[in-house]
Design a binder for this molecule. Structure first.
Ligand SMILES: [Cu+2]
Length: 194
């Protein structure tokens, strides 16, 4: 290794510090190992954040939880999959989480298309988690949670609450049915989908 590289310099400096501190050889090895592990994790997290876009939800929008069902975008008749045109890049789905369920109970969306979930809680803290996707977020009362995901394969996916919200928490889940693009178009043509 090039003795002038920053890695060698850091290593020799760290070595001198450890020598001054009279640290046992074995202990030194553990310090190197722990430092390397932290470095490795930082690299993995950075790759995930920059290239795979695995970031914590950063959406910031507030709402009055106590009255959200009375009007506005989370009124009862405005929930579920929003009307879309074939040319739309994103399909929006609106959900309300309340003890103990997600409303509407069943959602049908197409595969291979960006689905943007907008969710709000009517009561306490809930979570929304769809296994095998990047959808995993808290639904904090007073805030709107927004997550965009793509379902790669048609099939049935569970939408689970992953924040303990009370006695019925275990039963708090909904079904997301993902259709192939052809089935989705057929369903739209039949007028079953807005
Ligand atoms: Cu829950």
């Amino acid at each position: 290794m090039n003795p002038n590289s920053w890695i060698s310099k850091t290593r020799s400096e760290l070595g001198l510090i450890l020598q001054d501190m009279q640290i046992e050889h074995l202990e030194k090895n553990w310090i190197y190992l722990a430092t390397a592990m932290i470095g490795f994790m930082v690299v993995i997290l950075s790759i995930g954040a920059v290239f795979l876009h695995l970031n914590p939800p950063s959406h910031w929008e507030t709402i009055d939880s106590a009255s959200l069902h009375l009007g506005g975008e989370f009124a009862e008749d405005k929930l579920g999959v929003q009307p879309s045109k074939p040319s739309d890049v994103i399909i929006q789905v609106k959900l309300v989480a309340a003890r103990y369920g997600f409303f509407p109970r069943e959602i049908v969306v197409p595969a291979d298309k960006k689905i943007q979930f907008r969710m709000a809680s009517l009561d306490v803290l809930h979570g929304a988690h769809i296994p095998m996707t990047n959808m995993s977020t808290m639904i904090v009362p007073g805030h709107i949670s927004e997550v965009t995901t793509v379902f790669p394969k048609p099939g049935e996916y569970p939408l689970l609450c992953n924040e303990y919200c009370g006695m019925g928490h275990d039963h708090m889940w909904s079904k997301v049915t993902v259709l192939s693009q052809n089935d989705w178009d057929a369903r739209k043509n039949e007028g079953k989908q807005p």
